[in-house]
Write a protein that binds this ligand. Sequence first.
Ligand code: BEZ
Length: 249
Amino acid sequence: MSQTWDPDTYAKHARFVSDLGAPVVDLLQPQSGERILDLGCGDGALTERLQKAGSLVVAIDSSPEQVSAALKRGLDARIIDASALSFNQEFDAVFSNASLHWIQDAKAVIDGVWRALKPNGRFVAELGGAGNVESFREAFQCALATRDIDSNAADPWYFPTTKQYRALLAARGFSVRSMKLFPRPTPLPGDITHWLELFAQPFLKAVNAADRPTLIQEVRGQLKSKLQGSDGIWLVDYVRLRFVATRTE
Ligand code: BEZ
């Protein structure tokens, strides 16, 4: 896997990810005693909120480092790939924030979520949607093209349209209760280089280690006029896809 997570760096530069996930928790409305599966729990900051609401949460993530950070919070966290779930009708709800866009095989995820839910169980999630961080994709495409590298081959992200995701959910037997795609320009707590080092590893790894600092500076230079305000704050062009769907059978 070309993307790895360091929980300390994540807590320092990406705490906004779980902070901005609060509306998704509100949409889920976790109930006391409910069994909930948290897909892509990261360091467990949002899982903790679900647990505080009284629900019984199993939190999964493919990163051993993030799972170990979640375990330190006292959570039931497990290293599991969300595209290879083996739960069977165990959960009242499946929750996910800012994680599903890292998995290309959305059909496999949706199949596993459907199996994991009890009949009428709900799937409540938010992920990057069509157009998400488009300026980053463009900047990497340009910078890698000058090195004769196809950025599409390095691109790890899956940002579906509502039409695409709705069709996948419906095909597996979900009823979509609500779904929206909306821009959410997001201020960063620091310089864009931290974002690039944390979230764009697959693009950076397309060049050799010695060239990475130069690549970062080139991409930063391209993004500066688009994303950095006169106050020096970087505003990332996030687009969210947020939905509630229920298992119909
Ligand atoms: C997102 O949350 O939309 C996202 C974060 C990092 C890389 C790509 C997308």
